[in-house]
Design a protein around this ligand. Sequence first.
Ligand code: PLP
Length: 383
Amino acid sequence: MTSQIKQALRLNLPAYPFAELERKASEIKASGRPLFDLSIGDPDLSPPSFLIDAINKALEDPRSHQYPSCRGDRDVRSSVARWFKGRFGVDIDPDKQVCILIGAKEGLGNIARALVNPGDIVATPDPAYPVYFRAGCKLVDGRQLGIKLDPENGFLPDLSKIKNAKILYLNYPNNPTGAEAPDDFLVELADLVKQNPDMTLVYDMAYSEMSFNRPPRSILEFTPDAVEFHSLSKMACATGFRVGFAVGEPNRISALIRMKEEIDSGVPLPFQRALAAMLDAYDGSTPPPEVFKYREIFSRRKTLLSDALEKHGFDIFRTDATFYIWFRVGDDELPFIARALERGVLLTPGSGFGSNGKGWVRASVTAPDETVSAAAEILTGLV
Ligand SMILES: Cc1ncc(COP(=O)(O)O)c(C=O)c1O
């Protein structure tokens, strides 16, 4: 017998946008119709085979059969510190400044749980990866301060608008717009951090390795007083491995670890070892060949779809980072999404990323070339 369970009021949120997209995709698949899914940023490419080897080897290690360390295995944290020095030139203490995560998403939510009291202000960009304003604010009873990102400013926030925030979430290279942060912006941001010692800057670099022309800089190159989030998901096309890490200012990292100790028991060791194998494969700031291949494929697909859409009059925010295309359709956003869906193309409405995303659409080129080409043909036929 089912009883009516009343969920906690804080869960009184609209359905998580990507869960809703997954449901729509399953519906189309179940009906037998062809599906061209450009919605969720979930790469179709395989992780490097040396990651699978690392996992298989680690499975045979008896330590993998026991609880992992919540903050992360010491050797894996050392790999993070070594990578950080080679990639960004920043020294990190593996014992005080690193926490391994069950994917960046988990840490982005738990850092708010560790730092935000009810009523505290949480500044989140608009549009943004929804976790910041949901898990990072609503679920901890914070007060959201939406900071508009607009094309005129290259989707960078006006930092003078950020006042009294307990946490400021920022993310470059950016989901959903693909925007990148220039060095002068990072200098300004470091200054804001200095002026606001009670604020925690949560700088999300989940796409740090998905920039096609220049490697993005870490905020920790500009200030030590921030927490930066990284992920194996996009770097290695390994979203299913569920592993990422946070690095940065020791007191904030320690608060995050304290919160995690109450809630989870860490990432299974074989997947931590996969992360270490990926980071150890870097030669200084140069990634292994697989990352160059991923960049080449995503960049080519982005150009293919952007060119096709632009030719048909769509206003594209062109960038050389991430596997997302962010384009403007104006008042037609939801009808356009619905017309695309009728023809089997699944896209993400811009308003799912915040009210300032209204009028925009995100397409993710994380589907095979043929799917992207077929979707381009369908979408350009909709105008
Ligand atoms: C900006 C951003 N941060 C974090 C994540 C989550 O990464 P992970 O798979 O490591 O949880 C995503 C996933 O789409 C993202 O877009």
